[in-house]
Ligand binder design. Structure first.
Ligand code: DX5
Ligand code: ZN
Length: 218
């Protein structure tokens, strides 16, 4: 059984002191940092871009798990790579040529992730599963933190895990959106080995980040 990794989303952090938040997350045992990039076009919200990621890079050596909710995405991949991203995850709907975008991320020496929105079927990315590092399964419609986990997506996670096991693929299964202390077990049982969480980690138990990360991992 693969170790469950926790990737806290700084979308739920304090944008006036993200560097400090990142240090707190590292001290609390986070395995990576989930950075939600939104452009107000692919999703109806706007967050941060490469300059902010560049300035945050010095606060931790943990991997930056960068979730690009932007389109068109291809022409910005190199900027996010140079800014210090370690995993670059894109949505298949956001690029004209998914194979070119995957190849570009790999040519930059970064791990490549593909993200599936709740209504996006696995077959949208199935032919690339043998060449990627991560599938980010959205359990909310992207754009905002603090939303409710969409339980119907658990079936998709199970199907994805079956495909992974049957073909001996190596990609990680990351679940993102509305993860809490109840549904985390369902996501893990379904096949996830990386959990993203913003609200539950930053807000629960009076903001005891270390306790919340450990509770999510179990
Ligand atoms: C939503 C983002 C998620 C979100 C997770 O578009 O991709 O990463 O920030 O936050 P919570 O855990 O609060 O749903
Ligand atoms: Zn995300």
């Amino acid at each position: 059984m693969k170790k469950i990794l926790i990737s806290p989303s700084i979308l739920a952090g304090d944008f006036s002191q993200l560097g400090k938040d990142i240090q707190k997350l590292e001290d609390a045992g986070a395995d990576m940092i989930h950075v939600d990039v939104m452009d107000g076009h692919f999703v109806p919200n706007i967050t941060i871009g490469p300059p902010v990621i560049k300035s945050l890079r010095k606060y931790t050596d943990l991997p930056f798990d960068v979730h690009l909710m932007i389109s068109p995405v291809h022409k910005y991949i190199e900027d996010f790579s140079k800014a210090g991203s370690d995993i670059i995850t894109i949505h298949p709907e956001a690029t004209e040529n998914l194979k070119d975008s995957i190849d570009l991320i790999k040519s930059l020496g970064k791990k490549v992730g593909l993200s599936l929105n709740p209504d996006t079927p696995i077959d949208k990315i199935e032919k690339y599963l043998d060449q990627i590092d991560l599938v980010l399964v959205m359990t909310v419609y992207p754009g905002f933190g603090g939303q409710k986990f969409i339980s119907k997506v658990l079936k998709k996670i199970k199907n994805l895990k079956n495909i992974k096991d049957e073909n001996k693929f190596r990609f990680d299964i990351e679940v993102d959106g509305g993860v809490n202390f109840e549904n985390n077990k369902l996501a893990i049982e379904a096949g996830a080995n990386i959990l993203v969480s913003g609200t539950t980690i930053f807000k629960n138990n009076n903001g005891d980040i270390k306790k919340n990360i450990n509770l999510l991992r179990t």
